[in-house]
Design a protein around this ligand. Structure first.
Ligand SMILES: [Fe+2]
Length: 313
């Protein structure tokens, strides 16, 4: 695994290297910093008068989950968030005409077992491709506040080329959306939703943790095995992540190798073009659809926008 730091290679070269298992890390860019600052403002407002980095000391977990269930969708769907993502992509060399992104997620990881399911789910080792993400998906991740090694996310690089026995064959993104996505806030102390998990012992060491600065993203393939690091830092972690796909790779079915994913459905319908937020063209979507998107079509609009897709860290 190679880690590129502030690389100046083209976006196309970067994508090909990401698909081969490399990771790209960048210093903070102006729009990324604005996005983090915006997130900080929303977080601080939501928890006021408490310090968001100390809420676990005094706030009941149920109350925290309630606050997050409003805060997270507010950030995710705020027009300002999308604007900053546009700026960030342009600053890091993406062609906005051909790059599609999904809305940015806000993730939280609280110390100990304060709140680590449902709305703040702590992720076991997984590949996003087990959750119906395409093999050309690139994940972008950055911290909102200063990160330390004991409250971040980890890669498990020995599994890049190595298949893991897993439950992805029981996962369908459209069914997940229909059945459980809108109920995440109810899973405060235990999460009973069926998710693709490793079905063999994972050797979590050696693992790689990238400790970037606020507004400094790193990029990795959706096929990387990664997990939430159990938070033993005593301080919550708040982070942002979002995903991109490039139209050329979508159309050409270019991406990482599929070593062990067997899920159905696709997240391809979620991505929005960098220029005008339009969805991928129908012919591009059709390449990834298997009919399950119709089988599990929403019968009615949910009362509240979705909080998070199934592939957080
Ligand atoms: Fe993930």
């Amino acid at each position: 695994m190679n880690i590129y730091v502030d690389s100046r290679v083209s976006d196309e070269t970067r994508r090909m290297r990401l698909y081969q298992g490399s990771i790209f890390s960048y210093s903070p860019s102006p729009s990324a910093l604005r996005l983090c600052r915006f997130a900080q403002e929303l977080i601080e407002e939501a928890f006021s008068p408490l310090d968001p980095l100390r809420v676990h000391e005094t706030l009941p977990a149920e109350k925290c989950a309630e606050i997050l269930s409003t805060l997270k969708p507010r950030f995710i769907h705020h027009p300002q968030s999308k604007k900053f993502i546009q700026g960030m992509l342009a600053e890091l060399g993406c062609d906005l005409e051909r790059t599609y992104f999904d809305v940015p997620r806000m993730r939280t990881a609280y110390p100990g077992d304060y709140l680590n399911s449902g709305i703040a789910y702590a992720f076991h080792p997984h590949r996003d491709t087990w959750y119906s993400a395409p093999l050309c998906q690139i994940n972008w991740w950055m911290p909102i506040y200063d990160l330390v090694p004991d409250n971040c996310m980890a890669f498990h690089p020995r599994y890049w080329n190595r298949a893991v026995k897993n439950g992805s064959n029981g996962y369908n993104y459209h069914r997940w959306n229909l059945e459980s996505r809108y109920n995440a806030a109810q899973h405060v102390k235990g999460d009973t939703r069926v998710q693709p998990r490793p079905e063999e012992e994972i050797e979590v060491e050696p693992q790689l943790r990238i400790i970037g600065e606020v507004g400094g993203p790193f990029l990795f393939s959706a096929a990387q095995l990664h997990s939430t690091v159990p938070n033993t830092a005593g301080v919550p972690r708040y982070s942002i992540d979002f995903r991109t796909v490039h139209l050329d790779d979508v159309l050409g079915k270019i991406g990482a190798a599929n070593v062990d994913s067997a899920c159905t459905g696709t997240t391809m319908g979620d991505y929005l073009r960098g220029t005008d937020f339009s969805h991928l063209p129908a012919d591009a979507l059709a390449l990834y659809q298997d009919g399950s998107e119709l089988q599990y079509a929403m019968s009615s609009q949910p009362p509240q926008a979705p909080v998070a897709a199934g592939t957080a860290r």
